[in-house]
Design a protein around this ligand. Structure first.
Ligand code: SF4
Length: 407
């Protein structure tokens, strides 16, 4: 099999068709997740980047041994960043791990290494490319590791929405805010139009800032994070409308848009929308003293029943600092929940969803890809480099810097 060495840029990886729900649930199962040779995982029914045959049959142990040796050989020239949702067999190699805010701050502040291997998804690698040093090359081990939520806000659709809003409501009447989980092109559109990026840790602060700049906010691309943030700030549900890109004016009259305070893009995370009020009720029935802790990408009805709501970073911190013997029903990605359960054996930590259902895009970073990219770097080649076109990078950075000055 010929080795494919695509160089991705933000335009190449901006598919019009979102990843399907079928792909998102490709790895859902009842058993605990275990890394298998890539050849077996290739049968899952998702789109994988092709690798040379020599990588696909290696056992997990062989992969660990070879990645370890490569890491030592690469030394300080390369840093490996790992998002919390990565499988354990990847996170063990991360020099630094965190949520998207922490990882983007790392990219902005620590620029010693020439190569950044980003074990996460495409928009995160783009962010690192935008915030990192000019000498740094950002590598995404599997170029097909995207994010279905980011794909729900294609550039053309968001541009059409923006034009419609300007025509209907007038210049300066809407401040755009985009969640970190969006493409560099969307971040650039937001930066160009006076808005900012936010993460699940700082969405409240950023939206508050946006309301100081204008009377209405367009929140992209996650309607749930937008709605949960708005409700927490006291904005009534009736003043939030959902923009459906498949309907004229997003499915609203000009008057309804005029009366709105928040316009929420019709996007969602397929992982976090799995968490339901019924699961919360079952957890409470099984453990009367359970603490319910969920991510704000979950639907409003689930968030309303939770004791605590916060980013992956806050979830990890809260459980880490909790009293021994406490019980935690958690609504976030299964790899993080399993790691927290393992790292906190004195507490009961479980996922609210009884089905083991990882983020299938994060899960595409199989250790065989990490081995392949480290082999390539050692051979003097840069595989899967993620780059962002200059003007897009400039305005995306404007939006990111606005956020970073607020946190
Ligand atoms: S968990 Fe959801 S938002 Fe995060 S990368 Fe996966 S699909 Fe995207």
């Amino acid at each position: 099999m010929a080795l494919e060495l695509p160089v991705a840029d933000s335009r190449q990886r901006n598919p019009r068709v979102p990843l399907t729900e079928l792909e998102q649930s490709a790895f859902c199962q009842v058993e605990p997740l275990e890394t298998k040779p890539l050849a077996e995982e290739l049968n899952a029914g998702v789109r994988w980047q092709r690798l040379p045959d020599e990588y696909v049959n290696l056992t997990p142990d062989q992969l660990v041994e070879r990645i370890d040796a490569n890491r030592a050989a690469l030394g300080g020239s390369t840093v490996i960043l790992g998002h919390h949702y990565q499988r354990e067999d990847i996170i063990q190699f991360a020099d630094f791990r965190g949520d998207s805010l922490k990882l983007s701050q790392y990219a902005a502040e620590r620029q010693e290494s020439n190569f950044v291997i980003f074990c996460g998804v495409h928009f995160m690698a783009e962010t690192a490319a935008v915030l990192g040093g000019e000498h740094q090359r950002v590598v995404l081990p599997n170029i097909n590791a995207g994010c279905s939520m980011a794909d729900m806000a294609p550039t053309g659709d968001v541009e059409d929405c923006w034009d419609d809003l300007m025509e209907t409501l007038g210049e300066g009447s809407v401040i755009p805010v985009t969640y970190m989980n969006s493409t560099a092109e969307i971040k650039a559109l937001v930066g160009r139009n006076g808005g900012a990026v936010c993460t699940s840790s700082n969405a409240g602060k950023v939206v508050e800032w946006a309301f100081q700049q204008g009377k209405r906010v367009l929140f992209l691309p996650d309607q749930h994070l937008g709605r949960n943030t708005g409700l927490k700030m006291g904005i009534p549900l009736e003043e939030m409308v959902v923009w459906n890109p498949f309907r004229p004016l997003g499915g609203h009259s000009a008057e309804a848009l005029e009366e709105s305070k928040m316009i929420l893009w019709k996007g969602h995370c397929s992982v976090h929308t799995r968490f339901t009020p019924l699961q919360v009720a079952k957890a409470k029935a099984a453990y009367p003293d359970v603490n319910i802790l969920v991510h704000p990408e979950c639907p409003m009805e689930t968030v309303e029943l939770a004791d605590y709501v916060g980013s992956t970073e806050l979830i990890a911190k809260t459980i880490g600092e909790a009293a021994p013997g406490s019980v935690w029903g958690v609504g976030t990605e299964i790899n993080l929940v399993s790691r927290l359960a393992h790292e906190n054996p004195d507490k009961t930590v479980f996922c609210l969803d009884p089905v083991v259902c990882p983020c299938s895009t994060m899960y595409r970073i199989h250790p065989a890809y990490l081995l392949w990219v480290t082999d390539e770097l050692l051979a003097g080649r840069v595989p899967n480099q993620v780059t962002v076109e200059e003007e897009t990078a400039h305005y995306a950075k404007v939006a990111l810097d606005r956020m970073l000055t607020l946190v």
